[in-house]
Write a protein that binds this ligand. Structure first.
Ligand SMILES: [Zn+2]
Length: 73
């Protein structure tokens, strides 16, 4: 879909990567390759954070970091 702003989905993507299911996101993903790619990358990031010594919990700043990264791409 043209003009679609995936940043509006970032919160849902973060939740999904964190293991929380979002039915709205699930409905959106099949139509949106960029969001699917973003989710895959988020899941890798979350997994890496969980493996890190201090990464038992996803830091609150994750959303800001990812938001910056998304704007760049
Ligand atoms: Zn999207």
């Amino acid at each position: 879909m043209k003009g679609h702003d995936c940043r509006t989905w970032l919160g849902f993507l973060c939740d999904e990567a964190d293991g929380k299911k979002s039915p709205r996101l699930r409905a959106h993903l099949p139509d949106c390759p960029p969001c699917r790619a973003m989710l895959a990358s988020l899941k890798r990031t979350v997994a890496a954070l969980r493996r890190a010594p201090l990464g038992a919990k996803t830091p609150p700043r994750l959303n800001a970091v990812l938001s910056r990264r998304l704007r760049r791409s």
